[in-house]
Ligand binder design. Structure first.
Ligand SMILES: Cc1cc2nc3c(=O)[nH]c(=O)nc-3n(C[C@H](O)[C@H](O)[C@H](O)COP(=O)(O)OP(=O)(O)OC[C@H]3O[C@@H](n4cnc5c(N)ncnc54)[C@H](O)[C@@H]3O)c2cc1C
Length: 318
């Protein structure tokens, strides 16, 4: 019988969508799903986890809730006490920090950034992009606990309407990493890794001032985040938190619009699993067009404002 422990990440009781997707991924392994949560608001988040497929929830009460080494040690202890066969976390910044530590405590390997999971006669399998997305690997392990992180926007959110049986255990207070403060990010801004629509810009947008036309396009969609190529981030036009690609974030939105981005392999590695890809580039031979479902050959500084107006007009019609 499979028992999957899922780290449910939340902000003051509001579960991150990626965490709910991770509960959806756990369902694909069958068996029991148990959520593990920490930090302020965990009771509320545990209830939400119950409504999304967790039969039980373990709240790590108090302690160093933001210290990855302390939390990882506690999660591993919960997994061992439960006799968990699998441990999952979403491949968010926090999940990527925690999951390898949990796997190490459990003397197991970690399959990172998985896009599918399955249970084949009791053997758990992971599917994950490899070599910057050039190959797809199908993996299994004979480690004691199957550990994986799940790629954001790759699994469904299953609203089961259930209720989790919630228990508490005291969290460790001996974390080596001491988080002394947390700063809330600019309110209302969607995370590029979780937004259903991503509007990404590259060097073709000329400078930071003209890059701002993408903020307007994202605002017109209403549910979009702005992403950036590394060239733009290295130039200081946009923060690294917006970088998409091999050394940035991996995104998989329903719609990805690449504006003035050439389509270098390292960029493509971070967005090739997006649902629909639209490219806007003045060079008809830009590699990004090979990947795009729709392409517009033209000057971004003319095409983007026109697109923004068109989207506003469609939205105004309801
Ligand atoms: C180890 C390593 C890791 C890397 N990691 C990443 C990563 O995570 N993410 C990433 O993005 N890159 C990454 N890179 C860099 C990557 O190789 C490219 O250099 C980078 O993606 C290029 O960014 P760009 O497409 O914005 O710029 P460019 O390659 O300069 O392309 C600009 C594009 O804009 C078009 N253009 C110009 N003017 C206009 C206009 N007016 N209207 C429309 N189009 C226009 C041009 O035709 C061109 O296609 C990495 C590189 C290395 C070596």
């Amino acid at each position: 019988m499979t028992t999957t422990l899922v780290f449910v990440e939340h902000n003051d009781g509001t579960c991150r969508r990626a965490a709910l997707e991770c509960l959806g991924a756990a369902a694909s392994l069958g068996g029991d799903v148990v959520a593990v949560l920490c930090g302020p608001g965990s009771a509320d988040a545990a209830a939400r986890a119950g409504a999304h497929g967790a039969a039980k929830a373990v709240v790590l009460a108090g302690g160093d809730a933001f210290s990855p080494d302390a939390v990882a040690k506690d999660i591993a202890a919960v997994a061992q006490d439960l006799g968990a066969t699998a441990f999952l976390a979403a491949a968010t910044s926090r999940g990527k920090d925690l999951a390898p530590r949990v796997a190490a405590h459990l003397d197991s390997v970690l399959f990172s950034d998985c896009t599918a999971l399955s249970n084949e006669g009791g053997a758990l399998h992971a599917t994950r992009p490899w070599l910057a997305g050039k190959a797809i690997a199908h993996c299994t392990s004979d480690g004691p606990v199957f550990c994986a992180t799940t790629r954001v926007n790759s699994f469904p959110v299953n609203e089961t309407g259930g209720a989790a049986e919630v228990s508490e255990r005291p969290a460790s207070t001996d974390g080596k990493v001491k988080v002394t403060g947390l700063a809330a990010k600019e309110s209302g801004k969607l995370d590029v890794a979780e937004a259903p629509v991503v509007v990404s810009g590259g060097r073709g947008l000329k400078d930071p001032e003209t890059f701002a036309i993408l903020d307007e396009l994202a605002a017109a969609f209403g549910n979009a985040a702005v992403g950036a190529s590394r060239a733009v981030v290295d130039a200081g036009w946009r923060p690294h938190s917006e970088q998409v690609g091999q050394t940035g974030k991996v995104v998989s939105p329903n719609l990805y619009i690449a504006v003035g981005i050439s389509g270098a392999i390292q960029h493509v590695a971070g967005m090739k699993t997006s649902g629909t890809i639209v490219a806007i580039n003045k060079d008809a031979d830009a590699p990004i067009f090979k990947l795009a479902d729709y392409g517009i050959v033209g000057d971004a500084l003319e095409v983007v404002p026109a697109l923004t107006e068109a989207i506003k007009a469609v939205k105004a019609q309801g």
